[in-house]
Design a protein around this ligand. Structure first.
Ligand code: TXA
Ligand code: MG
Length: 333
């Protein structure tokens, strides 16, 4: 792909330095995290944050996650309850996002939280992201670096396929090892699961010592626009498929003969890392439909099934979630 404007920065000190100075100038820079690539902007810069929404074609009612280098920087922006501290000590840096009350003196652009009194915050573990955030020093707002409604990017070329010429740069850190977005947890005041993701719910519940609230609409924050789902791929998805219909491509899990296999040995970690990339690969062959083998509903399987259900839902169908595939008003791209 010819890249006229969006620079691809190498995973070196110089690449990170350039990324940091672009962010400080209010530019948009995509960067790798352990989950997926994020589309970063200085979270205190109104114009830069507004540009995230326009580059992604994301409805402004859908709030963003801010990324910081560590827990002590996080405390400049949000207040932690004891439970929130416990989760932060246990899981940061790592694929867990906490939705916490915004501090009254918060310097964040109000668009970050789309008018809510809470802010979603996380500390990513990817080394380049860590270096970028430490050098930047503050908060980087970053949703997944895809056009709203499309599959999240797990390599730099996926970022460019949606956002080339719309952003200043992408820091190329290779493939994201987890491959699914972070697990999002809210507090009411007990911890509730807002989005299953890269940290299995069972592990978080072990740390909490109690089961999190059911994954239901009543537990969701009252942000508008979170109910309708549309999620490319262009092909239809047929889930829990145990056979193949003519015109379909197959995405397997476990031993068997498939066009692509998420994990031949049936490992959920491997399947999660491959999921978005393989969906893109199969979709690029323009099949009528993609048949996906059953995935067990435990550990990372829960998050994999969540994303698959969303991808399979007819456009416009109600699926409760907080993901940006659920903006309810913008046509899928
Ligand atoms: O792994 C991830 O979480 C990736 C990487 C880049 O960090 N980011 C990501 O961001 O998945 P995004 O914007 O695609 O999904 C974040 C979701 C949003 O859909 C939004 O609804 C929810 O987090 N969110 C953000 N702020 C919130 C808040 N204050 N209350 C409830 N939900 C919130
Ligand atoms: Mg997203």
């Amino acid at each position: 792909m010819v890249n006229h404007y969006t620079k691809t920065l190498p995973p070196t000190n110089s690449g990170v330095n350039q990324a940091v100075s672009l962010l400080k100038q209010g530019q948009l820079v995509a960067f790798p995290t352990e989950t997926v690539y994020g589309l970063g902007a200085d979270a205190t810069n109104d114009a830069a944050v507004a540009n995230i929404f326009s580059a992604k074609n994301r409805p402004q009612i859908n709030p963003l996650i801010i990324h910081v280098a560590n827990l002590s920087i996080a405390q400049k922006y949000v207040t932690f309850s004891n439970t929130a501290f416990r989760l932060a000590y246990a899981f940061w840096p790592g694929p867990v996002t906490l939705v916490l009350p915004s501090r009254l003196d918060s310097p964040l652009s109000s668009q970050v939280s789309a008018g809510l009194k809470t802010v979603a915050i996380r500390v990513p573990s990817n080394e380049l992201a860590q270096q970028l955030l430490a050098d930047f020093g503050g908060a980087v707002a970053a949703p997944s670096a895809n056009l709203s409604g499309t599959i999240s990017p797990t390599v730099a070329s996926h970022v460019l396929s949606g956002l080339n010429n719309k952003i200043a740069a992408v820091l190329d850190g290779g493939a994201c090892p987890v491959g699914l977005e972070s697990t999002i947890i809210g507090f009411e005041p007990k911890a509730v699961l807002l989005r299953p993701g890269g940290m299995p719910v069972e592990i978080i519940e072990k740390c909490l010592g109690y089961p999190m609230g059911a994954y239901s609409a009543t537990n969701r924050p009252s942000a508008p626009g979170q109910l309708l789902s549309h999620y490319a791929p262009n092909a239809n998805l047929r889930l829990n498929a145990i056979d193949r219909v003519q015109g379909e491509l197959t995405l397997g899990f476990g031993p068997g003969d498939y066009d692509l296999n998420l994990s031949l040995t049936g490992e959920l970690t491997e399947a999660a890392a491959n999921l978005f990339c393989y969906l893109r690969k199969l979709d690029s062959q323009k099949p009528d439909s993609i048949a996906v083998s059953p995935i067990p509903e435990h550990g990372l399987g829960r998050a994999i099934n969540d994303r698959l259900k969303r991808a399979a839902a007819p456009r416009g169908q109600a699926l409760p979630d907080v993901d940006d595939s659920n903006n309810g008003s913008t046509p899928s791209v």
